[in-house]
Write a protein that binds this ligand. Structure first.
Ligand code: SF4
Ligand code: SF4
Length: 76
């Protein structure tokens, strides 16, 4: 299974939580910091993990589901 990684543009996020609901591994949570629009943006919970420790497969479901196009997916 390939390792994946996502980056979320927190300033585009409107906290709709769609990405959280579709991730097969529940790897997206909510940040405890407000963005400039006043939302608590989505947060990739494996952001600070090493590649071999991540469960993200880079499936892209989160990015496809995001209405704000705030998520970029990378596969290694
Ligand atoms: S790419 Fe797939 S596994 Fe990785 S965070 Fe998004 S939905 Fe979850
Ligand atoms: S789907 Fe997009 S806008 Fe909605 S919470 Fe996730 S990153 Fe934010």
């Amino acid at each position: 299974m390939p390792a994946g990684y996502i980056e979320i543009d927190v300033e585009l996020c409107k906290d709709c939580k769609l990405c959280m609901s579709v991730c097969p591994h529940q790897l997206i949570g909510t940040s405890d910091r407000l963005n400039q629009k006043g939302y608590y943006p989505a947060h990739f919970t494996e952001k600070n993990l090493k590649k071999e420790e991540r469960r993200c497969t880079g499936c892209g479901l989160c990015a496809i589901s995001c209405p704000e196009i705030a998520i970029e997916v990378y596969r290694a």
